[in-house]
Design a binder for this molecule. Structure first.
Ligand code: PLP
Length: 372
């Protein structure tokens, strides 16, 4: 860790990540395929530390979004494991993936043709099918042409096949979008091309449903690609999801306090006025660190065991909180979100999603890793 001159940091609980992984691993569907998603710097938690921690508890497959993320994992020492790259394009991307033995998840003809043209030696790939999300993936109507392609290009081997649900939260409903996507995917994977392949379809919310309703797991025998859940959150709530441990705490301290008289206003634009004589705590973390400006005048933080409202506009380097009712607040620890103050609640306050809260923490905030 480089020298830091302000008391703002993100604490990453690697033990929580390991326990969350083990919880998902215990869902029977994990036997088909289990790939924690460590893209986007492991949702802001540091991909290298997270992958090492996951490896320690038996993880052998990792999912990234970019070729450069895959290369970063390989050069950090993750040499023997499967690293799936979910997004790539162009000749150089294919050459680099081939050089670093990364596994492409191929979702269109252009990608497939570049693998044929630029991959060195034989390549193992996964195919991705669009079953309704309409973002990435081949269609059912591509199947015949794909069969011919792989007969003609034996050096390219399909070892996996997946799809992605647009609303995995409704997987437990027969009338939901997921049910339709699942029946289309079932039709696709019947094709002999996928015999012996790893089939995968479920993110965190899907997996929470599978755990809760074992008949769904039997009906849809596909594996898991878990992102959010590994980091301790799930948008579907159940006894299982309540066992997840948040892995990231965004912490700082009150570095100074201001006494503000009744009607005095604070921060840019003076959007908050004191209803009575007040004490304002100044916390050295702002929107340049990843605190959403949408929390201005509506979010809360934890100061010790007390909740304190965010007052006035969040600034680039500072956030102001009302600590009038909190004894001896100066120098107290502040939790923006984390183990004691859910990032999910903070996301609701900021009218966004938990993913956004976790991934937006900027690089200038040091990550400190603990084993618990
Ligand atoms: C293709 C794919 N699979 C799995 C995931 C993981 O989703 P979640 O974080 O909801 O578990 C993502 C995340 O965006 C994804 O793009």
């Amino acid at each position: 860790l480089e020298q830091q001159y302000r008391p703002t940091l993100v604490k990453i609980h690697l033990g929580h990540i390991q326990r969350n992984f083990e919880l998902f691993k215990s869902i029977p569907s994990a036997q088909y395929f289990m790939c924690p998603m460590v893209k986007a710097n492991a949702y802001g938690h540091d991909d290298i530390h997270v992958s090492e921690a996951l490896k320690e508890v038996g993880c052998t497959t990792f999912g990234v979004g970019l070729v450069e993320e895959g290369i970063r994992l390989r050069t950090s020492g993750l040499t023997h494991d499967s690293v799936l790259v979910f997004g790539f394009s162009g000749r150089e991307a294919v050459e680099e993936m081939s050089r670093h033995l990364l596994t492409p998840v191929v979702s269109d003809w252009e990608q497939l043709e570049s693998i044929k043209a630029f991959s060195k030696g034989s390549s193992a790939i996964h195919l991705k099918f669009n079953s309704g999300m309409n973002r990435l993936g081949f269609s059912l109507s591509d199947l015949q042409k794909l069969e011919t392609f792989f007969k003609d290009n034996r050096a390219i081997k399909v070892v996996g096949c997946g799809t992605h649900l647009m609303t995995s939260e409704d997987l437990n409903s027969d009338a939901g979008e997921s049910a339709q996507q699942m029946s289309l995917f079932a039709e696709i994977v019947k094709n002999p091309l996928f015999r012996g392949c790893a089939l995968h379809a479920f993110n965190t919310s899907g997996a929470v449903h599978l755990q809760q309703h074992p008949h769904l797991a039997q009906k849809h025998p596909y594996g898991l690609r878990i992102g959010l859940g590994i980091y301790g959150y799930a948008s579907v709530h159940s006894d299982f999801s309540r066992k997840l441990y948040p892995a990231m705490s965004f912490l700082s301290r009150i570095v100074t306090v201001q006494k503000v008289k009744k009607n005095g206003r604070v921060s840019y634009g003076g959007t908050w006025a004191a209803k009575k004589d007040s004490i304002i705590g100044v916390v050295p973390a702002g929107y340049a660190d990843g605190i959403p400006t949408q929390l201005s005048n509506c979010g809360t933080v934890l100061v010790g065991q007390f909740k304190a409202p965010i007052v006035g506009r969040v600034c680039m380097d500072y956030t102001l909180i009302d600590v009038t009712e909190i004894p001896d607040a100066l120098h107290s620890e502040v939790e923006f979100f984390g183990v004691n103050h859910s990032a999910e609640t903070v996301a609701e306050h900021a009218k966004t999603i938990t993913y956004d809260i976790l991934t937006r923490i900027s690089e200038r905030v040091p990550r400190v890793f603990v084993r618990d």
